[in-house]
Design a protein around this ligand. Structure first.
Ligand SMILES: C[S@@+](CC[C@H](N)C(=O)[O-])C[C@H]1O[C@@H](n2cnc3c(N)ncnc32)[C@H](O)[C@@H]1O
Length: 223
């Protein structure tokens, strides 16, 4: 006879949280990962989810705020290449300070803008680069609640019905990592969802694999 269901549920929660914390705190996991040689600050479980989402959605463009070394931009652009997306499917990255190695990335789909993701001129430039059609928005810049909430207001209308907006790193501020961070992406997501019933969290997506750095941050526009 196996363990009672409630014991297994508690054990699963404890194991998932412990894995989450030890993975986040390790200096050799997400801080050391690369994609095709480019540092990429993502958990492989999330890269799997992006791969599924991009294959299923075939986004007309991808916008990411917070680029760092550009590994995610190269990852997204490579996936678009693999699924045979049209050349018009661009990957646009915004970072407040583009690193020299990031500026050196050359891929026909990738465009980069330097500046704050909520600066009016930067937003205008980004919107000018994105073509028509349903895209994918990924927020991974300043993780303070205030900034993420502002980004959500600025970019949510780009997301068409059925398309996704991903708020990254909802795990900080004790969910369950980096307790001292202060209110961040998860708090911004919760207040956004209260104000925008046209979006809902697609929790089944990440719960299937138990674990995502962006848990409760995979938002789908439903109307
Ligand atoms: C977590 S890193 C991004 C990691 C990257 N998305 C990846 O997957 O490898 C956060 C980035 O956000 C940038 N950043 C911080 N504040 C910003 C802002 N206000 N606007 C745009 N980018 C910002 C930082 O310079 C940093 O490169």
């Amino acid at each position: 006879m196996g363990l009672p269901r409630w014991v297994r549920k508690v054990m699963k929660g404890t194991i998932v949280d412990a894995f989450h914390q030890s993975w986040y705190e390790s200096k050799t996991t997400w801080r050391g990962n690369t994609f095709l040689g480019h540092p990429i600050q993502q958990c492989p479980f999330d890269l799997q989810l992006y791969q599924e989402l991009i294959f299923k959605q075939k986004p007309a463009w991808i916008l990411q705020t917070g680029v760092f070394s550009g590994g995610s931009l190269v990852y997204f652009a490579s996936l678009l290449d693999l699924i045979g997306a049209p050349a018009s499917a661009l990957v646009v990255g915004i970072d407040i300070e583009l690193r020299p190695e990031t500026k050196g990335i050359s891929h026909p789909r990738i465009r980069m803008i330097e500046g704050s993701s909520v600066d009016a001129d930067v937003v205008k430039q980004a919107r000018g680069l994105l073509g028509p059609g349903a895209g994918l928005v990924v927020l991974d810049s300043d993780h303070s609640e205030r900034h993420v909430r502002a980004e959500l207001e600025v970019y949510h209308d780009l997301v068409q019905v059925g398309a996704y907006l991903v708020v990254e790193d909802t795990n900080v501020h004790g969910h369950p990592v980096f307790r001292k961070h202060g209110p961040g992406p998860l708090e911004a997501t919760e207040s956004f969802l209260r104000a925008h019933p046209e979006f809902e969290g697609d929790d089944a997506m990440w719960e299937r694999n138990f674990f995502s750095f962006h848990q409760r941050g995979w938002l789908k526009r439903i109307r």
